[in-house]
Design a protein around this ligand. Sequence first.
Ligand code: SF4
Length: 104
Amino acid sequence: MNQQRRTFIIYAASASSFAATAAFAQNAAPELVKDSDANAVALGYSSDGSKTDVKKYPQYAVGQSCSGCTLYGGTAKDASAACPIFGGKHVSGKGWCSAWAKKA
Ligand code: SF4
Protein backbone atom coordinates (compact mmCIF):
# COMPACT_ATOMS: atom_id res chain seq x y z
CA MET A 1 0.00 0.00 0.00
CA ASN A 2 1.47 3.29 -0.99
CA GLN A 3 1.72 6.23 1.39
CA GLN A 4 -1.02 8.32 -0.30
CA ARG A 5 -3.53 5.47 -0.11
CA ARG A 6 -2.66 4.78 3.55
CA THR A 7 -3.07 8.47 4.42
CA PHE A 8 -6.45 8.58 2.63
CA ILE A 9 -7.70 5.56 4.57
CA ILE A 10 -6.64 7.08 7.90
CA TYR A 11 -8.38 10.38 7.09
CA ALA A 12 -11.52 8.60 5.90
CA ALA A 13 -11.69 6.51 9.08
CA SER A 14 -11.16 9.61 11.24
CA ALA A 15 -13.87 11.58 9.43
CA SER A 16 -16.31 8.69 9.77
CA SER A 17 -15.58 8.39 13.49
CA PHE A 18 -16.03 12.15 13.97
CA ALA A 19 -19.34 12.12 12.11
CA ALA A 20 -20.62 9.25 14.27
CA THR A 21 -19.56 11.04 17.45
CA ALA A 22 -21.22 14.29 16.35
CA ALA A 23 -24.45 12.44 15.49
CA PHE A 24 -24.42 10.75 18.89
CA ALA A 25 -23.89 14.06 20.67
CA GLN A 26 -26.84 15.64 18.84
CA ASN A 27 -29.14 12.78 19.81
CA ALA A 28 -28.02 12.56 23.43
CA ALA A 29 -30.71 13.63 25.86
CA PRO A 30 -29.91 16.88 27.67
CA GLU A 31 -28.88 16.57 31.29
CA LEU A 32 -31.80 17.47 33.54
CA VAL A 33 -31.50 19.18 36.92
CA LYS A 34 -32.77 16.87 39.64
CA ASP A 35 -34.80 18.27 42.52
CA SER A 36 -32.31 16.57 44.84
CA ASP A 37 -29.20 18.25 43.35
CA ALA A 38 -27.47 20.37 45.98
CA ASN A 39 -27.79 23.63 44.02
CA ALA A 40 -31.43 22.81 43.21
CA VAL A 41 -32.20 22.34 46.90
CA ALA A 42 -30.37 25.58 47.72
CA LEU A 43 -32.52 27.51 45.22
CA GLY A 44 -35.77 25.74 46.07
CA TYR A 45 -36.00 24.27 42.57
CA SER A 46 -38.79 21.83 41.94
CA SER A 47 -39.39 20.19 38.57
CA ASP A 48 -43.08 20.69 39.39
CA GLY A 49 -43.44 24.26 40.58
CA SER A 50 -46.93 23.60 41.93
CA LYS A 51 -45.24 21.57 44.67
CA THR A 52 -43.20 24.53 45.88
CA ASP A 53 -43.18 24.95 49.65
CA VAL A 54 -44.95 28.33 49.84
CA LYS A 55 -44.10 28.73 53.53
CA LYS A 56 -40.41 28.56 52.66
CA TYR A 57 -40.79 30.45 49.36
CA PRO A 58 -43.68 32.92 49.81
CA GLN A 59 -42.64 34.73 46.63
CA TYR A 60 -43.95 31.78 44.61
CA ALA A 61 -47.31 32.43 42.97
CA VAL A 62 -49.56 29.97 41.21
CA GLY A 63 -48.89 30.15 37.48
CA GLN A 64 -45.19 30.91 37.78
CA SER A 65 -43.04 28.31 36.06
CA CYS A 66 -39.70 28.01 34.36
CA SER A 67 -41.31 28.36 30.93
CA GLY A 68 -42.42 31.87 31.95
CA CYS A 69 -39.04 32.84 33.43
CA THR A 70 -36.71 35.20 31.66
CA LEU A 71 -33.81 32.77 32.18
CA TYR A 72 -35.55 29.81 30.52
CA GLY A 73 -33.69 28.96 27.34
CA GLY A 74 -36.65 27.54 25.46
CA THR A 75 -40.12 28.45 24.39
CA ALA A 76 -43.31 27.89 26.38
CA LYS A 77 -43.91 24.75 24.30
CA ASP A 78 -40.61 23.09 25.26
CA ALA A 79 -40.90 20.45 27.98
CA SER A 80 -37.44 21.44 29.21
CA ALA A 81 -34.72 23.90 28.32
CA ALA A 82 -31.36 25.11 29.51
CA CYS A 83 -31.12 27.45 32.48
CA PRO A 84 -27.95 29.45 33.12
CA ILE A 85 -28.56 29.34 36.88
CA PHE A 86 -27.80 25.64 36.65
CA GLY A 87 -24.85 25.91 34.30
CA GLY A 88 -26.90 25.22 31.21
CA LYS A 89 -28.45 21.97 32.42
CA HIS A 90 -32.09 21.58 31.46
CA VAL A 91 -34.92 22.41 33.82
CA SER A 92 -38.54 21.39 33.44
CA GLY A 93 -40.85 23.93 31.82
CA LYS A 94 -43.21 23.26 34.74
CA GLY A 95 -40.44 23.83 37.26
CA TRP A 96 -39.76 26.78 39.49
CA CYS A 97 -36.94 28.12 41.66
CA SER A 98 -36.45 31.14 43.90
CA ALA A 99 -34.53 32.97 41.13
CA TRP A 100 -37.68 33.12 38.99
CA ALA A 101 -38.10 36.39 37.09
CA LYS A 102 -41.01 37.07 34.77
CA LYS A 103 -40.18 36.83 31.09
CA ALA A 104 -40.68 40.19 29.39
S1 SF4 B 1 -34.03 30.64 37.06
FE1 SF4 B 1 -36.01 30.54 36.05
S2 SF4 B 1 -35.77 29.00 34.42
FE2 SF4 B 1 -34.07 28.73 35.86
S3 SF4 B 1 -34.80 27.16 37.29
FE3 SF4 B 1 -35.26 29.16 38.20
S4 SF4 B 1 -37.38 29.61 37.58
FE4 SF4 B 1 -36.60 27.96 36.23
